[in-house]
Design a protein around this ligand. Structure first.
Ligand code: SF4
Length: 237
């Protein structure tokens, strides 16, 4: 199966349902996508699933937003405002929104009186982040993220296209990108980045659960440091 296979060349006017792709087709696509640029992978996702397609953003930088926006300016970008973000991250959201005229879907979480992240971070992520993503993806057939294999050992084998626990198609167009690839794209295209990056943060999540990385070779070593937790659950497939 190739990108020109008629089974894959579906007009955006007739988006595919997520269960239209078999596991074998997903496996074939992964082989093919390993050698394709991110823009082609995004184009495939748009051709097959738009407008029932969203892109989630952490707002560490706008690399994947820029890539997707160039292919499909109407792409719906989901940002989950947990209520615990750094002010710099919220400023970045606004800068990116204005710069691209973004079709932004801001998922805002009701304020919790208790510090759930302190007593039960697993439950906090599940209720706050995953619950909001579930809501944001209602009615969608597929979604994309900026997840990369080099971000963490837990992500080293991340596929480019997969089926998530909801049964939706999940696409990681820059899964194969290295840190240098990202830095080069940011330089080349003058991409907006979260100012916390300049302060040494390599992976940015909620403020109570993000610190400067203890290991410069492990970008996510500052996430939930000392709490035995490495993922928030958004990217479980
Ligand atoms: S990262 Fe921390 S504050 Fe944010 S949702 Fe997860 S546990 Fe809660």
């Amino acid at each position: 199966m190739t990108l020109t296979d008629p089974r894959l060349a579906v007009s955006p006017a007739t988006p595919r349902p997520a269960d239209d792709l078999s596991d074998d087709e997903i496996a074939e696509l992964n082989v093919e996508f390993e050698r394709l640029p991110a823009s082609k992978i995004i184009q495939w996702a748009v051709d097959n699933f738009a407008p029932h397609l969203a892109l989630t953003a952490s707002m560490t930088d706008a690399v994947v937003i820029d890539l997707a926006h160039r292919v499909y300016p109407e792409i719906e970008v989901v940002f989950i405002d947990t209520g615990y973000h750094f002010p710099e991250t919220l400023e970045t959201v606004e800068r990116v929104r204005r710069h691209y005229g973004l079709n932004l879907k801001m998922m805002t979480v009701q304020h919790h009186d208790e510090a759930l992240w302190e007593v039960d971070p697993e439950n906090c992520c599940s209720a706050v982040k995953v619950g909001q993503l579930d809501r944001a993806l209602l009615g969608k057939a597929a979604w994309m993220s900026g997840l990369r294999r080099t971000e963490a050992d837990t992500r080293a084998a991340a596929p480019i296209v997969t089926r998530d626990l909801r049964g939706l198609i999940k696409v990681n167009p820059i899964a194969t990108w290295t840190d240098d690839d990202v830095a080069g794209y940011i330089d080349d295209r003058d991409i907006i980045v979260n100012p916390l990056i300049e302060q040494g943060y390599l992976s940015i999540g909620c403020m109570p659960c993000t610190s400067l990385p203890s290991d410069p070779d492990d970008p996510r070593s500052g996430r939930w440091a000392g709490r035995g937790k490495t993922e928030c659950g958004l990217h479980l497939d």
